[in-house]
Design a protein around this ligand. Structure first.
Ligand SMILES: O=P(O)(O)OC[C@H]1O[C@@H](O)[C@H](O)[C@@H](O)[C@@H]1O
Length: 274
Protein backbone atom coordinates (compact mmCIF):
# COMPACT_ATOMS: atom_id res chain seq x y z
CA UNK A 1 0.00 0.00 0.00
CA UNK A 2 1.26 3.52 -0.70
CA UNK A 3 1.90 5.53 2.47
CA UNK A 4 -0.35 8.52 3.10
CA UNK A 5 1.53 11.78 3.40
CA UNK A 6 1.03 15.22 4.87
CA UNK A 7 3.23 18.28 5.01
CA UNK A 8 4.44 19.32 8.42
CA UNK A 9 7.55 20.78 9.96
CA UNK A 10 10.08 19.87 12.60
CA UNK A 11 11.88 22.70 14.40
CA UNK A 12 11.11 24.97 11.43
CA UNK A 13 12.31 22.52 8.77
CA UNK A 14 9.71 21.51 6.14
CA UNK A 15 8.95 17.81 6.45
CA UNK A 16 6.60 15.14 5.23
CA UNK A 17 4.89 12.76 7.61
CA UNK A 18 4.26 9.32 6.13
CA UNK A 19 1.81 6.80 7.56
CA UNK A 20 1.04 3.21 6.66
CA UNK A 21 -0.30 0.18 8.56
CA UNK A 22 -0.02 2.00 11.90
CA UNK A 23 3.62 3.03 11.33
CA UNK A 24 4.80 6.62 10.83
CA UNK A 25 7.93 8.24 9.45
CA UNK A 26 9.05 11.85 9.35
CA UNK A 27 11.21 13.00 6.43
CA UNK A 28 12.86 16.42 6.15
CA UNK A 29 13.08 17.84 2.62
CA UNK A 30 16.53 19.00 3.72
CA UNK A 31 18.62 16.03 2.59
CA UNK A 32 15.47 13.89 2.13
CA UNK A 33 16.54 12.89 5.60
CA UNK A 34 14.44 10.49 7.63
CA UNK A 35 14.22 11.95 11.15
CA UNK A 36 11.88 9.46 12.78
CA UNK A 37 10.58 5.95 12.17
CA UNK A 38 7.98 4.60 14.56
CA UNK A 39 6.67 1.14 13.60
CA UNK A 40 3.14 0.12 14.58
CA UNK A 41 4.38 -0.97 18.04
CA UNK A 42 4.92 2.73 18.88
CA UNK A 43 8.66 2.59 19.72
CA UNK A 44 10.97 5.10 17.99
CA UNK A 45 13.78 3.32 16.12
CA UNK A 46 15.88 6.26 14.89
CA UNK A 47 18.10 8.55 16.93
CA UNK A 48 17.84 12.32 16.42
CA UNK A 49 20.22 14.54 18.42
CA UNK A 50 18.75 17.09 20.83
CA UNK A 51 21.23 19.61 19.46
CA UNK A 52 20.75 18.70 15.79
CA UNK A 53 21.04 21.79 13.57
CA UNK A 54 18.22 22.53 11.15
CA UNK A 55 19.87 25.30 9.17
CA UNK A 56 20.41 25.53 5.41
CA UNK A 57 23.78 24.15 4.42
CA UNK A 58 24.27 22.12 7.64
CA UNK A 59 24.04 18.40 8.21
CA UNK A 60 21.35 17.13 10.61
CA UNK A 61 22.80 14.85 13.34
CA UNK A 62 20.63 11.76 13.36
CA UNK A 63 17.99 9.91 11.38
CA UNK A 64 19.17 8.66 7.99
CA UNK A 65 21.46 11.18 6.26
CA UNK A 66 22.07 10.41 2.57
CA UNK A 67 25.79 10.46 1.79
CA UNK A 68 26.46 11.28 -1.88
CA UNK A 69 28.56 11.67 -4.06
CA UNK A 70 31.47 11.24 -1.66
CA UNK A 71 31.74 9.15 1.47
CA UNK A 72 33.81 10.76 4.25
CA UNK A 73 36.87 12.64 3.12
CA UNK A 74 37.68 10.33 0.20
CA UNK A 75 37.75 13.14 -2.38
CA UNK A 76 37.79 16.92 -2.74
CA UNK A 77 34.20 17.62 -1.71
CA UNK A 78 32.90 18.43 1.76
CA UNK A 79 32.88 15.45 4.11
CA UNK A 80 30.11 13.02 3.11
CA UNK A 81 29.24 15.10 0.01
CA UNK A 82 26.45 17.57 -0.58
CA UNK A 83 23.25 15.48 -0.72
CA UNK A 84 22.63 15.82 3.04
CA UNK A 85 23.08 19.61 2.87
CA UNK A 86 20.57 20.43 0.13
CA UNK A 87 16.80 20.48 -0.19
CA UNK A 88 15.32 17.61 -2.19
CA UNK A 89 11.96 17.63 -3.99
CA UNK A 90 9.06 15.43 -2.95
CA UNK A 91 7.93 13.69 -6.15
CA UNK A 92 4.88 11.83 -4.81
CA UNK A 93 4.10 8.25 -3.88
CA UNK A 94 4.26 5.01 -5.85
CA UNK A 95 2.46 1.77 -4.92
CA UNK A 96 4.69 1.23 -1.91
CA UNK A 97 6.95 4.23 -1.29
CA UNK A 98 7.38 8.00 -1.11
CA UNK A 99 9.90 9.36 -3.62
CA UNK A 100 12.29 12.30 -3.18
CA UNK A 101 14.63 13.65 -5.84
CA UNK A 102 17.80 15.72 -6.07
CA UNK A 103 19.21 16.87 -9.41
CA UNK A 104 22.35 18.73 -10.36
CA UNK A 105 22.13 22.51 -10.29
CA UNK A 106 24.07 25.58 -9.11
CA UNK A 107 24.40 24.10 -5.60
CA UNK A 108 26.12 20.97 -6.90
CA UNK A 109 28.50 22.73 -9.32
CA UNK A 110 31.54 21.68 -7.26
CA UNK A 111 30.85 18.20 -8.69
CA UNK A 112 30.43 18.96 -12.42
CA UNK A 113 28.13 16.11 -13.45
CA UNK A 114 24.54 15.85 -14.63
CA UNK A 115 22.77 13.41 -12.30
CA UNK A 116 19.50 12.54 -10.64
CA UNK A 117 19.30 10.91 -7.20
CA UNK A 118 16.03 9.34 -6.13
CA UNK A 119 15.39 8.25 -2.58
CA UNK A 120 12.40 5.99 -2.01
CA UNK A 121 11.03 5.37 1.47
CA UNK A 122 8.65 2.48 1.96
CA UNK A 123 6.81 1.92 5.20
CA UNK A 124 4.87 -1.08 6.53
CA UNK A 125 3.70 -2.04 10.04
CA UNK A 126 7.10 -3.31 11.19
CA UNK A 127 9.41 -2.53 8.29
CA UNK A 128 11.18 0.42 6.73
CA UNK A 129 12.76 0.17 3.27
CA UNK A 130 15.00 2.96 1.99
CA UNK A 131 16.51 2.86 -1.51
CA UNK A 132 18.87 5.26 -3.25
CA UNK A 133 18.98 5.35 -7.04
CA UNK A 134 21.57 7.36 -8.95
CA UNK A 135 21.28 8.11 -12.68
CA UNK A 136 23.94 9.56 -14.96
CA UNK A 137 22.07 12.16 -17.05
CA UNK A 138 25.21 13.57 -18.69
CA UNK A 139 27.35 12.71 -21.69
CA UNK A 140 30.43 11.44 -19.83
CA UNK A 141 30.92 8.72 -17.20
CA UNK A 142 31.27 9.64 -13.52
CA UNK A 143 32.05 7.77 -10.34
CA UNK A 144 30.76 8.25 -6.82
CA UNK A 145 30.60 6.76 -3.35
CA UNK A 146 27.43 6.81 -1.25
CA UNK A 147 25.80 5.61 1.95
CA UNK A 148 22.60 5.58 3.94
CA UNK A 149 24.08 6.78 7.24
CA UNK A 150 21.44 5.24 9.51
CA UNK A 151 21.47 6.29 13.19
CA UNK A 152 19.68 3.49 15.04
CA UNK A 153 18.33 4.49 18.42
CA UNK A 154 19.46 2.26 21.29
CA UNK A 155 18.80 2.29 25.03
CA UNK A 156 22.44 1.94 26.07
CA UNK A 157 25.34 1.47 23.65
CA UNK A 158 27.25 -0.55 26.27
CA UNK A 159 24.56 -3.27 26.02
CA UNK A 160 24.44 -3.29 22.21
CA UNK A 161 25.95 -5.85 19.86
CA UNK A 162 25.82 -6.26 16.11
CA UNK A 163 25.69 -9.81 14.72
CA UNK A 164 26.29 -11.04 11.17
CA UNK A 165 29.78 -9.71 10.45
CA UNK A 166 31.86 -12.65 11.67
CA UNK A 167 34.47 -13.60 9.06
CA UNK A 168 34.18 -10.25 7.20
CA UNK A 169 37.20 -8.04 6.54
CA UNK A 170 37.13 -4.41 7.53
CA UNK A 171 39.06 -1.20 7.20
CA UNK A 172 39.49 0.37 10.62
CA UNK A 173 39.04 4.12 10.09
CA UNK A 174 39.62 4.70 13.82
CA UNK A 175 43.11 3.17 13.41
CA UNK A 176 44.53 4.74 10.28
CA UNK A 177 42.59 2.57 7.84
CA UNK A 178 44.36 -0.66 8.84
CA UNK A 179 42.84 -3.93 7.60
CA UNK A 180 41.42 -6.54 9.95
CA UNK A 181 39.11 -9.56 10.02
CA UNK A 182 36.14 -9.83 12.34
CA UNK A 183 36.76 -12.98 14.36
CA UNK A 184 34.22 -12.37 17.10
CA UNK A 185 30.62 -13.46 16.64
CA UNK A 186 29.35 -9.93 17.35
CA UNK A 187 30.66 -6.37 17.27
CA UNK A 188 30.58 -4.72 20.71
CA UNK A 189 30.56 -0.95 21.14
CA UNK A 190 33.12 -0.17 23.81
CA UNK A 191 34.65 3.18 22.86
CA UNK A 192 35.12 4.66 19.39
CA UNK A 193 34.29 2.31 16.55
CA UNK A 194 34.58 3.37 12.90
CA UNK A 195 34.80 0.45 10.47
CA UNK A 196 34.06 -0.26 6.84
CA UNK A 197 33.18 -3.93 6.35
CA UNK A 198 33.07 -5.30 2.83
CA UNK A 199 31.49 -8.30 1.16
CA UNK A 200 28.81 -8.49 3.81
CA UNK A 201 26.28 -11.08 2.69
CA UNK A 202 24.40 -12.11 5.81
CA UNK A 203 21.54 -10.06 7.21
CA UNK A 204 22.70 -8.19 10.31
CA UNK A 205 20.99 -8.19 13.66
CA UNK A 206 21.32 -5.30 16.08
CA UNK A 207 20.73 -6.59 19.60
CA UNK A 208 19.89 -3.80 22.03
CA UNK A 209 19.16 -5.31 25.45
CA UNK A 210 15.89 -7.17 24.87
CA UNK A 211 15.25 -5.68 21.40
CA UNK A 212 16.39 -7.03 18.03
CA UNK A 213 16.40 -5.30 14.68
CA UNK A 214 17.11 -7.08 11.39
CA UNK A 215 19.11 -5.08 8.84
CA UNK A 216 19.33 -6.11 5.18
CA UNK A 217 21.31 -4.42 2.43
CA UNK A 218 20.98 -4.87 -1.31
CA UNK A 219 23.15 -3.24 -3.96
CA UNK A 220 25.45 -1.63 -1.37
CA UNK A 221 28.74 -3.54 -1.08
CA UNK A 222 29.88 -2.21 2.29
CA UNK A 223 28.60 -1.78 5.81
CA UNK A 224 29.92 1.06 7.93
CA UNK A 225 29.67 0.72 11.69
CA UNK A 226 30.18 3.93 13.65
CA UNK A 227 29.89 5.25 17.15
CA UNK A 228 32.26 7.99 18.37
CA UNK A 229 32.55 6.72 21.94
CA UNK A 230 32.47 9.11 24.93
CA UNK A 231 35.87 10.72 24.33
CA UNK A 232 35.36 11.73 20.68
CA UNK A 233 31.67 12.53 21.25
CA UNK A 234 32.66 15.26 23.71
CA UNK A 235 34.25 17.11 20.77
CA UNK A 236 31.19 16.84 18.49
CA UNK A 237 29.33 20.12 18.96
CA UNK A 238 25.88 18.90 17.90
CA UNK A 239 25.84 15.91 20.27
CA UNK A 240 24.53 16.59 23.77
CA UNK A 241 26.50 15.11 26.70
CA UNK A 242 25.98 11.36 26.90
CA UNK A 243 24.08 11.13 23.60
CA UNK A 244 26.70 8.87 21.98
CA UNK A 245 25.24 6.12 24.18
CA UNK A 246 21.84 6.46 22.46
CA UNK A 247 22.75 5.40 18.92
CA UNK A 248 24.64 2.92 16.79
CA UNK A 249 25.21 3.83 13.15
CA UNK A 250 24.88 0.84 10.84
CA UNK A 251 25.26 2.28 7.38
CA UNK A 252 24.63 0.71 3.99
CA UNK A 253 27.45 2.04 1.85
CA UNK A 254 29.32 1.77 -1.42
CA UNK A 255 32.68 3.15 -0.37
CA UNK A 256 35.67 0.87 -1.00
CA UNK A 257 34.84 0.35 -4.69
CA UNK A 258 33.32 3.54 -6.14
CA UNK A 259 30.45 3.09 -8.60
CA UNK A 260 31.27 4.00 -12.19
CA UNK A 261 28.20 5.05 -14.16
CA UNK A 262 28.20 5.45 -17.95
CA UNK A 263 25.88 8.05 -19.56
CA UNK A 264 22.27 6.95 -19.16
CA UNK A 265 23.10 4.23 -16.62
CA UNK A 266 21.48 3.83 -13.20
CA UNK A 267 22.67 2.30 -9.93
CA UNK A 268 20.50 1.32 -6.96
CA UNK A 269 21.22 0.34 -3.38
CA UNK A 270 18.81 -0.26 -0.52
CA UNK A 271 18.54 -0.91 3.20
CA UNK A 272 15.61 -2.65 4.89
CA UNK A 273 15.03 -2.54 8.64
CA UNK A 274 12.47 -4.48 10.61
O1 LIG B 1 30.13 14.07 11.70
P1 LIG B 1 29.76 13.54 10.35
O2 LIG B 1 30.34 14.35 9.22
O3 LIG B 1 28.27 13.39 10.20
O4 LIG B 1 30.40 12.10 10.22
C1 LIG B 1 30.12 11.14 11.19
C2 LIG B 1 30.86 9.83 10.92
O5 LIG B 1 30.30 9.20 9.80
C3 LIG B 1 30.77 7.88 9.59
O6 LIG B 1 30.14 7.34 8.48
C4 LIG B 1 32.25 7.90 9.35
O7 LIG B 1 32.72 6.57 9.20
C5 LIG B 1 32.96 8.58 10.51
O8 LIG B 1 34.35 8.67 10.25
C6 LIG B 1 32.35 9.97 10.71
O9 LIG B 1 32.98 10.59 11.81
Amino acid sequence: MPPTHESTDHRGTPCLRLRNEGATALVALHGAQLLSWIPADGRERLFLGERAQFTPGSAIRGGVPVVFPQFGERGNLRKHGFARLLDWTFEGVTDDAAIFELRDGPDTAQWPHAFACRLSIGLAAARLAVALEVENRGAVPFDFTAALHTYLRVDDIAQVSLEGLQGCDYEDSANGGTLHRQHEHAVAFDGEIDRIYNDVVAPLILVDGGHRLDIKHDGFGDTIVWNPGAHLAARIGDLAPGEHARFACVEAGQVLAPVLLAPGERWRGSQALG
